[in-house]
Design a protein. Structure first.
Length: 313
């Protein structure tokens, strides 16, 4: 199975559609709920709910998702209503349209749950009517829409700078790992890393470098190191003095994400905020801390540039 342990928890929604093609007579009986078809739609809906909940048991590679909301709608195919969902060839036939929308707050999408709900509901109708209608055919099952993980929050590559704040690294006694990880992750997110600099954890030097990048309108500045409780952890104080507006939600998101992976995340004093139209984010100095903190905020953090320029949400 795909490893989702480094994926943030988000609201996931998906909708799907399918059709049970049948004769006009059968469609009429279903619509009018006549005879033994009186409870067919309710039975099919219930089957769709069960199918969605059992998705991970039937698809070995699919992650189990706790479905927080599921709606199943079943109605007779009407070209004037369903033309936005179905292909023209399907609109020329008679049938029963099954639609489902699944919602969940989690790491895995809900598209398979929605499609499973549609499939099982249509199969339940098939089972109920198979002895009466030789024209029955389940088909046109497809994903209509999927929302959740937005991969892009920008039109052009964000311009970034990475500042490693470490006495030992600046003195050549220790190789930098966290800064290189940050640089690599930013590039994988289609950002441009224009600057990569190593400095000792000295307040004046850190502030001088950040001011220079802000003056050059570097859009995003990520520091690594100096966010702990050590006597030489000065980065947070250096950055906080420069911030014009705090972005506490960014720091909270990083700590919350890290806390689910290690109890030591609560020790981070990292801050984030804007200076002019540049966003500064302080990341931990450890490799895992830097990686997990970025996982928590990428790529959504890039949306800050639009907001700082007056673009709103």
């Amino acid at each position: 199975m795909l490893d989702l342990t480094h994926t943030p928890t988000l609201l996931q929604t998906a909708s799907a559609v399918g059709v049970l093609f049948c004769s006009a007579a059968t469609a009429s009986l279903i619509a009018q709920r006549q005879g033994r078809y009186g409870g067919a739609l309710e039975m099919a809906k219930a089957s769709g709910f069960l199918g969605a909940k059992a998705t991970s048991q039937l698809l070995p590679q699919h992650h189990a998702a706790v479905v927080d909301g599921l709606q199943v709608v079943i109605e007779v195919l009407q070209p004037e209503i369903h033309s936005v969902l179905l292909e023209p060839w399907a609109l020329e036939r008679t049938g029963i349209v099954v639609m489902a929308e699944a919602k969940a707050i989690g790491r895995s999408g809900t598209e398979m749950e929605a499609m499973m709900a549609v499939s099982v509901a249509a199969l339940e109708l098939f089972a109920l009517m198979k002895d009466d209608d030789p024209e029955l055919e389940v088909g046109h099952i497809k994903l209509v829409e999927k929302k959740g993980r937005k991969k892009k929050f920008f039109n052009s590559a964000p311009v970034c700078a990475v500042l490693v704040c470490s006495d030992s690294t600046a003195a050549g006694k220790r190789e930098d790992n966290s800064g290189k990880i940050i640089k690599e992750m930013l590039q994988e997110a289609n950002a441009q890393v224009k600057y990569y600099q190593v400095l000792p954890d000295e307040k004046k030097q850190i502030q001088q470098q950040i001011r220079a990048w802000v003056a050059e309108d570097v859009q995003f500045i990520f520091t690594t190191g100096g966010t702990g409780l050590g006597p030489r952890d000065n980065t947070v104080e250096a950055v906080r003095e420069l911030l014009e507006r705090d972005a506490d939600g960014i720091a909270e998101a990083m700590r919350a994400y890290g806390q689910m992976r290690t109890p030591l995340a609560m020790m981070s004093r990292g801050v984030a905020g804007s200076i002019g139209q540049s966003l500064v984010v302080t990341l931990p100095g450890s490799s895992n801390g830097a990686r997990e903190s970025l996982e928590a905020i990428l790529p959504a953090v890039f949306h800050a540039r639009k907001m700082m320029k007056g673009g709103g949400h």
